[in-house]
Design a protein around this ligand. Structure first.
Ligand SMILES: [Zn+2]
Length: 80
């Protein structure tokens, strides 16, 4: 019998808070949905923006910005 237990990596599946806030993928600031100046639905996900100009930037390259936001979220959950 081995006593070497498998440590469950709980932090891997830790979900972020259910609060109705989202990170603006363009400038990186956190926007609450009510405060958003603009929003954009892309691939089933709603993104909130602090201003129209941020929204326009996202529209120009949604792929790039959405990926960036994803990377940031992943990194945050790992370091925390
Ligand atoms: Zn912004």
């Amino acid at each position: 019998m081995s006593t070497a237990g498998s440590i469950s990596k709980a932090w891997c599946s830790t979900k972020r808070s259910d609060r109705d806030a989202s990170t603006n993928p363009v400038c990186g600031m956190t926007i609450e949905s009510e405060q958003a100046a603009a929003r954009e639905v892309w691939k089933g996900q709603t993104y909130y923006f602090c201003s129209r100009s941020c929204q326009e930037k996202f529209r120009a390259a949604p792929d790039r910005y959405a990926k960036k936001a994803e990377d940031r979220a992943t990194r945050n959950s790992q370091t925390r």
